[in-house]
Write a protein that binds this ligand. Structure first.
Ligand code: CA
Ligand code: CA
Length: 204
């Protein structure tokens, strides 16, 4: 104990014993300060709590989204869809006309495939067979458009195609591939019977 008192400075002792300093005021001021400190701590705590609750809500939302995505993907894999990039693809097993194949795709929430670049072209080329793709010049001869209305810009026609053979070839197929995988499209008559490739957005 003596050591503790020894640490109290002479000035402190003087203040404590000075009759001119109103003890009551000093005590009130100390309590008010303590109250302010407590209020600030409580306010910080509430702020932190609100922030954590918001973050928890966001995380729960993300978990629900991921669970929904998982269910969506599992469902499509079971139905035979393939996942590539940001799309699902279904390679049909029944030969139909271009329009019938398109309608089948639409019926399953998709459309005939739109090939937007080399990677997707390579992916499509990984499957054997002659498949309808979502490309035609049915509206205006020679003006090839995808099923979503966008004009053809990147193209992978076979050498000598599209040739509109007999003047009646308005729909495009991914034909059999020989040597160059960048040349696998051919225009054929839309009424021919072929398999189709459907594409839909994987994460709507
Ligand atoms: Ca595509
Ligand atoms: Ca042709």
């Amino acid at each position: 104990m003596e050591n503790i008192y020894a640490n109290i400075s002479a000035e402190t002792v003087k203040v404590l014993h000075d009759p001119n300093i109103e003890t009551q005021d000093v005590t009130s001021s100390g309590m008010a300060g303590r109250q302010q400190f407590d209020n600030r701590v409580a306010s910080d705590f509430e702020e932190e709590q609100t922030k954590l609750l918001t973050e928890t809500d966001q995380l729960m939302g993300e978990i629900v989204n991921l669970q929904n995505k998982l269910v969506f993907m599992e469902h499509h894999f079971k139905m035979g869809w393939h996942h590539f990039g940001s799309s699902f693809y279904l390679f049909s097993t029944v030969e139909k006309t271009w329009e019938q194949s398109k309608q089948d795709c639409v019926g399953s929430g998709a459309d005939l495939v739109i090939i937007e670049g080399r990677e997707e072209q390579n992916f499509i080329n990984g499957f054997n067979g002659m498949f309808w793709i979502g490309l035609s010049d049915r509206e205006t001869e020679g003006s090839w458009k995808w099923v979503d209305g966008t004009p053809l810009t990147i193209e992978y026609w076979k050498s000598g195609e599209p040739n509109s053979y007999g003047g009646e070839e308005d729909c495009a197929e991914r034909s059999l591939i020989y040597s160059n995988t960048n040349q696998s499209w051919n225009d054929v008559a839309c009424g021919q019977l072929k398999l189709g490739i459907c594409e839909k957005v994987a994460y709507p």
